[in-house]
Design a protein around this ligand. Sequence first.
Ligand code: HAM
Length: 414
Amino acid sequence: MSISRINGFADLFDSDAALFDFMESTCRTIFSRYGFKEVRVPIMEYTELFARGIGTETDVVQKEMYTFPDAHGKLQSLRPEATAGVMRAYINASLHARESVSKLFTYGPMFRCERPQKGRMRQFHQIDCELIGTPAPAADAEVVSLLVNYMDALGLENLSLHLNTLGCPNCRPKYRQALIDHLTRYESSLCEDCQRRLHTNPLRVLDCKRDHDQEALQTAPVFADYICDDCRAHYETVTGLLTDSGISYVQDHCLVRGLDYYCRTTFELRSDAIGAQTAVAGGGRYDGLIRNLGGPDVPGIGFACGMERLALLMGEREAARKDFYVVCLDDACVAQGFRITRDLRLAGLKGEMGYTAAGMKSSMRQAGKSGARYTLILGSDEMARQVAAVKDMDQGSQQDIELDQLVTVLSHKD
Ligand code: HAM
């Protein structure tokens, strides 16, 4: 009996792997324009890092981590996200002593033991970006505009940017208490998780996806009424800079995010084209995180994109498409087909050939399966006339092209 994949873990073949490659290379190009440098961190860390960083009351830490003891019994976990590990690396390398602002990005697999569904995997991949060292609102705006710029470069449209502020340790406790007072009146109508969150992390009740008593949420106090002057001024500068840059957003009072380290600006990019899991990227400011992890009191802001969700949006991209497929109808044509394939590849075109001669019907079936734009047909008749019959697989049209003109003609086709 063969061994199956673990549920929620995926193999990436061919066009999917090409999409991931495209996301990573585009990330390197775009992020470096903003001064971000790559960092590679381990996929496993001591569990304590995530508990202290992400928060012991979060779903991620309470229910979703893959955790096991090392040989000495110390707990370690597969990373459920990248931020905590990047901050640990930042602290261990004392980067703050070398530069006032550090701009880091990383990408790779993350692990969360959630119930798998479309767009929600147990092993998934993130592109993660962290700007550490400044509390300035311009940094928040820069990070959001980098995210928007990156989506544009991937050719993704129709995403909505949701923005909110979560305030700071001065103003949030007052709002938290007002929310607890309000929600307590509706406690019995909340789901089991939210009844627990009501006392541990009441803000999370606001973005619970379950069907709650609508009155409880609609009449809930709004943070804007509790925010302190500093946080309000910060948020107004961020939103002003975004508006000036032509970046539109939705003010979303319910956007609270699922990780505890956030303060002030939080944001999410959403799409309604990929099913129930609508968030393709999320992030925010985390000013107390590095201090919480035993490092210096340095603020930061960042985001992560879910690569599987981006891949769902991108579908099969043209970039992954082959330019040509060579079919040989006759054994005597194989050597010529081999030469043509090599010449076209040397000229920068992407394509393949059928290794053995076959009849027209099965050759065309192979060509169709390859997904190439043009099929080059070589038979004894074509050989005698020193041409290839070139079929445009999109238009269905066909024309003879002289063999010594193939590279020039195909290189200039759209
Ligand atoms: P997050 O919102 O937990 O934030 O995850 C970011 C993105 O990762 C989500 O918007 C989603 O696209 C993707 N994602 C999360 N879980 C899954 C899953 N099970 N399957 C597929 N995709 C998933 C963070 O992780 C923060 N560390 C982001 C950040 C960086 N904040 C500041 N810096």
